[in-house]
Design a protein around this ligand. Sequence first.
Ligand code: GLC
Length: 678
Amino acid sequence: MINKYEFGIPFETDAVVKQIKKSSGIPKGVQINCDNGFSFKCKIDSDTIVYGLGQSIGGINKRNHLYSSFCSDDPSHTEEKQSLYGAHNFIIIHNPNDSKSDRAFFFDYPGKISFDIGYSKIDEIYIYAERSDIALYEILPELEENKNPLINIVYQFRKLIGQSYIAPLWAFGFMQSRWGYKTEADIRNVYESYKKENIPLDSICLDIDYMKDFKDFTVDKDRFPELKKFSDDLKTKGIRLVPIIDAGVKIEDGYDVYEEGVENNYFCKKQNGENFVAGVWPGKTHFPDFMQKQVRHWFGQKYKILTDMGIEGFWNDMNEPAIFYSEDGLSEVVEALKKMDTTNLDINSFFQFKDNVYKISNSIDDYKRFYHQCVQNNKSVAVNHYDIHNLYGFNMTKSAGEELASIRKGKRTLLFSRASYIGMHRYGGIWTGDNASWWSHLALEIKMMPSLNMCGFIYSGADIGGFGCNSNRELLLRWLAFGIFTPLMRNHSALGTRNQECYQFENTKDFKAIIEVRYRLIPYLYSEYIKSCVNSTLMFKPLSFVFTEDSRCLEIEDQLILGDEVMICPVCNENAKGRIVYLPEDMIQVRFKADGTIEQQEVKKGDIYINVPLNEVVFFIRKNHIVPIVNACENTDSLDYSTISLLGDVNGTNSYLLYKDDGVTTEIDMTSNIVELK
Ligand code: GLC
């Protein structure tokens, strides 16, 4: 059951697709105050667990931390950070002692909203926002037919927010990326190097250097003389190119996107009516006002320039939007610095000097300097960007998603974004942004998957190996051994870091062994992915969502249930030869060995130590469940479903319902595309 409460005049965010009648009053057992902004308080007892919040730092259990939903371009994902790139205002409050009293809340509010989950007071959730215009959804479990309350809550929420975006099958192949590939020769070298080492590969990303001077929808002809020919040629080899698109449009006379945007008033404006100017990669840019339908249509249609060159996938970036500086902010800082006596900086003035410069990027002042033209209650109104900050990336991706659906009629396009808000999950996936080559970030990414799924983001994944800092062979192999399970499986790294393609390291056979396991599992992973999008279920679940009577599972954050069949337990400690795994029930241990053979053995419930060499993948299949695999192959074009064999509890009675289609058609038929495997 879902109750909707409204306070003030909520902004119509488009997060929700189902109409819910407004209830009067407030949810039971909570305190809400709208006198000075919005605040929400509720008590939690010591055993209560709080799930949700999608993309955020912290554990699967969100207790003891402060979080802020404010889409942030911040590449330093350290433990104390409150915001990442996504704003996912959904929490589930789970009482393990009385799960019938579980409930969830979705705070549909497009501005900055903070979540104090037992941080200030150990027994209290305190949620607050500067404005009191908010739509609050309370989701209570439907308890008839012994439904699992947690799974049922997620189901109802996901129905409320609409079906998640469905990626094409090839997007389940391994993707290689790096900020720094500059030319056709660089890209060809990536393809050839993978080919030489016989490591499977499906796609290569084009980062900002493919563009002419970082201008969206242009191609630098010196670096990529014939992108269409190149892309067509790579496609015959099973490789697709995935270019990046940034939010800011370069200010440059003669550049059509800029000129059309200015002429038609498509860019965000300052209060005085001038177009807002922000510095990003190309220097000064304007931001398209994606809140306007006609702007979304105009910008989204530009993707056709690239689809006409054979492109079938995109990543939308810098769409928080990231602002290095604004024209106004920069002059203020320069003025402030000029006024400072910089000849003898002391303890105060030095830090003030530094702060002046440091605070210039992504500043709140800048977010308050520009406006969107929005339709609210059928009226066009100017809205300050700061108040609806979290909707920008969502609407950029909505623009791409909507228009690509018409440009490539009937065909799916790969699309993933950096910034997001709930609602965007209907148009594209996300990657988790600029993480680092740290073991703690591998662990963090594991914890994030179920939280993202709760909020509707199913096609997602991390920069494998880590984006910032230097990776190493062991970290990359361990990260890949987790990444083989995530829908988006992309190795990506930052300019200036150590080269991180699999072929850059010793004994490439080990990388081949791990990535081949991915390809062997694709029919299963793809099938589970589609089911979770269409049936509003979690592809990745915390153990506690499944083994509801087992209190040990409430604490486990480094093992996940995948689909209904598999338990994954990635190794995320440096120099570890294996790890301890907790089995809540008897299971079948599956070991993919480096030579391609598979060992299976029954294992009893309890704690076990598993030895996991760097070139092997170990996971578990639940009793009475089976998992299909196929033969290894070099890319998804050569996946051979006729080689299906079954792993797990194969005894003729257990079956698996495999979803299988052509991988590109938008229509998903859950009846005729399902095959029962026994
Ligand atoms: C941003 C993106 C990163 C990309 C870089 C250059 O930092 O998050 O993935 O490589 O910009 O485009």
